[in-house]
Design a protein around this ligand. Structure first.
Ligand code: SF4
Length: 446
């Protein structure tokens, strides 16, 4: 393209299809104002995502030439948040009804509290229109709906007040008749952090006829309820995604929470996927020991996954940790049976029995003295009590695992030492000591 090429701003983000809504329904009006807002903002339609909820308003996205996502009832805000966090450059607008607002209320609350930079338009007509006019969380007191025939007894939810008090960057309450609705929608989209627009409108099929509600009466209703209109909440906030990316290092295109990338500097002798498991008891640092081995594998240029299994009681019962190492990328982190298994306690022995049954003569089982694993795999005994270090329940797993890894020779032992060297200073020396003691321990084939 030549440098002098000019891009003509879009005159509309709508396609040619007419809206399907009932005559007089407010949905089409709000969508027209949304279209005007997108035009005002001069956005690239490729960079706009409309995330729709369930209900009549959930039909809306198909009438726009933008990206769209349509999911489960009440969950639109969760999808929108995921999209925005993964692709912060996109403009993400949620279209939901008051039904979805009630169903997914906690999602709204948390998105507002976190200030994830999405804009939510609530098409608020005080009932579930699509399913027959049932009452919702915004139905006013005494209103008649198909589920409140004697008049609604529940206090209506103040959407803007609730979200603004919980930190939403921008909160607006108005109606589909507002002259400046498109400007307010554009303002919400431009505002940093989370924006909510609670837009009151008519469901001409159900709520309006049942409650003699007209456009003029909408304003009366707002007054009666004592709810302010216009921009009713503004908080000086930072977009959660921006704050997250600032607080965390970036690996490739992704912000990685609390992790520094591990730079490989050692060699591995593995030429194929190798699966290893450690079965012990809770509180014996089984998972920590395996995590160190996983990091040593990564420092050796291998791919590594770790999967842990322990009871919900956490500090009692078994602790099983699985480690898969591979010189090539792999997608499945499940384990049918390990190539090598270390058994450290009766709890672990019981838990690993399925593995022991499945393992064959080509596999290796390591166990501490006193345990009698029943298996066809070749058995090797490691005895941490013989290590040249004081062995406690906190270092026994690591001593035994270091002995096992030394025997298996999957990668340079120095990688394990280097992994320990990356630990917090409080743990570093003790872990190094345990690793070196494990290496010197030796193993006895049975
Ligand atoms: S049922 Fe109500 S909300 Fe649905 S299209 Fe008809 S008027 Fe609109």
């Amino acid at each position: 393209m030549s440098g002098s090429a000019t891009i003509t701003p879009l005159a509309t983000f709508r396609n040619d299809s007419p809206y399907p809504f009932c005559p007089g329904c407010g949905h089409g009006v709000i969508l027209n104002r949304l279209n005007e807002a997108l035009v005002q903002l001069d956005l690239d339609p490729h960079e706009v995502v409309l995330v729709s909820d369930i209900g009549c308003s959930g039909l809306s996205d198909q009438y726009f030439a933008t990206n769209a996502f349509h999911g489960l009832h009440g969950r639109s805000v969760t999808y929108a948040c995921g999209i925005k966090l993964a692709r912060p450059e996109l403009t993400v607008v949620v279209i939901m009804g008051d039904g979805g607002t009630g169903i997914g209320g906690t999602h709204l609350l948390n998105a507002a509290r976190r200030n994830i930079g999405v804009t939510v338009l609530v098409f608020n007509n005080f009932n579930f229109g699509m399913t027959g006019g049932q009452h919702s969380t915004t139905t006013p007191l005494a209103a008649v709906t198909s589920t409140t025939l004697a008049g609604n007894l529940e206090r209506p939810l103040d959407i803007c007040g609730t979200l603004a008090v919980n930190g939403a960057g921008f909160a607006y309450r108005g109606t589909s008749f507002d002259k400046h609705l498109s400007e307010r929608i554009a303002e919400g989209i431009r505002s940093p952090g989370f924006a909510i627009l609670d837009i009151w409108e008519l469901c001409t099929a159900y709520y309006a006829p049942s409650n003699q509600l007209t456009g003029k009466a909408l304003f009366g209703m707002l007054e009666e309820l004592g709810l302010p209109v216009g921009v009713v909440g503004r908080n000086d906030v930072e977009d959660y995604g921006d704050a997250f990316r600032r607080a965390h290092p970036v690996v490739g295109k992704r912000a990685v929470p609390g992790l520094e990338p591990l730079e490989p500097g050692f060699e591995a002798s593995l030429d194929k996927r190798f699966e290893l498991a450690v079965a012990g008891s809770a509180g014996e640092k089984v998972r920590s020991a395996v995590r160190l081995a996983a990091r040593a594998g990564i420092l050796s240029g291998l791919r590594a996954t770790q999967r842990d299994d322990y009871p919900i009681t956490v500090q009692s019962g078994h602790s099983l940790s699985e480690l898969i190492l591979s010189p090539v990328p792999f997608a499945y982190s499940g384990m049918r049976k390990p190539d090598a298994l270390l058994v450290l306690s009766e709890d672990g022995l019981k838990k690993a029995q399925g593995y022991l049954d499945a393992m064959g003569a080509e596999d290796r089982v390591f166990a501490i003295p006193g345990l009698r694993p029943q298996t066809r795999a070749s058995l090797t005994i490691v005895d941490p009590r013989q290590a040249a270090v004081r062995v406690t329940r906190h270092n026994r797993s690591l001593v035994a695992l270091a002995a096992m890894l030394s025997e298996l020779d999957l990668f340079q032992f120095a990688a394990l030492e280097a992994a320990a060297g990356l630990l917090a200073p409080a743990y570093r020396a003790a872990c190094l000591e345990a690793i070196l003691a494990g290496r010197a321990l030796g193993a006895i084939d049975q």
